[in-house]
Design a protein around this ligand. Sequence first.
Ligand code: NAP
Length: 310
Amino acid sequence: MHSKVLIIGSGPAGYTAAIYAARAMLEPILVQGIQPGGQLTITTDVENYPGYGDVIQGPWLMEQMEAQAKNVGTKIISDIIETVDFKSTPFKAISESGKTYTADSVIISTGAQARWLGLESEKKFQGYGVSACATCDGFFFKEKKVAVIGGGNSAVEEALYLTNFASTVYLIHRRDKLRAEKILQDRLFNNEKIKCIWDHQLQDILGDEDPLNVKGIKVKNVKTNEIQDIELDGVFIAIGHDPATQIFRNQVEMDNEGYIITKPDSTLTNVNGVYAAGDVKDKTYRQAVTAAGMGCMAALEAEKFLAEKS
Ligand code: NAP
């Protein structure tokens, strides 16, 4: 399957690139990947995407973006790219289903995924009381005690969301200051169900073996080294995200955290004709609206590249 523009990934960056490329008559193909719609499909309220006076829902916003991309002429394919070859042209991408996609230009918009602490117990209890998505799993903790680990926007949003179900939500942060936006902090501090535990690191998750079931956590005060156990039923890890760039290793230049490096004021990677937009290349802003903006840039740059080439 050959296209002038192949877009890999289906978050706000990918769909916006598709809308612009399709409207430039480039007949783009967009391969959706593991989580069609990306991270916004596992959030609820979105109140900072401009253009909507009322609060909208993340999954709905992504459905709209997909429909818009399709309506202007993007071919959207439900498939997962597993390997790429950008060493020669046309560029190649091979999918899980065995299909080979070739393209004159590629826009990488595979986004980022939740980061884990790396504890053995965290892995063991995943799906049995440990989660990285409150909107997916919060429902299971009606009138239970849960903890959220982290101090960014995600952690605060998860904690607030969990108060819809849980009786108590502990927010456990390794410092005594949150990096979350002020408006979210205000909501957090005004919510009686939330108790902040400052300067503490999660050490271990405790629970039953058979059946697997979380019963508590062990946390350490990073200032005094004192360790304490807290009884609870669920743990939500919200400590940030890692870029989904594994398959692009050795193909495009990345920094030591795996973010794709692009030229200043551009989405161009070190490979001419290959662009990167959204969370795969942005560790600073990571917003739906900035990702969408970069998707637009990538499509415009690909259009210019193809016009100069022909
Ligand atoms: P983040 O802003 O990077 O915050 C990660 C948090 O986890 C930080 O508080 C960090 O602590 C903590 N942390 C990291 N590694 C840790 C570890 N090993 N042990 C304990 N704590 C650890 O990540 P995020 O909250 O996922 O947000 C990512 C981006 O998405 C941000 O740009 C955010 O603004 C955006 N976002 C926006 C919205 C919104 O606008 N509504 C919602 C969600 C996310 P330190 O503070 O000590 O570094």
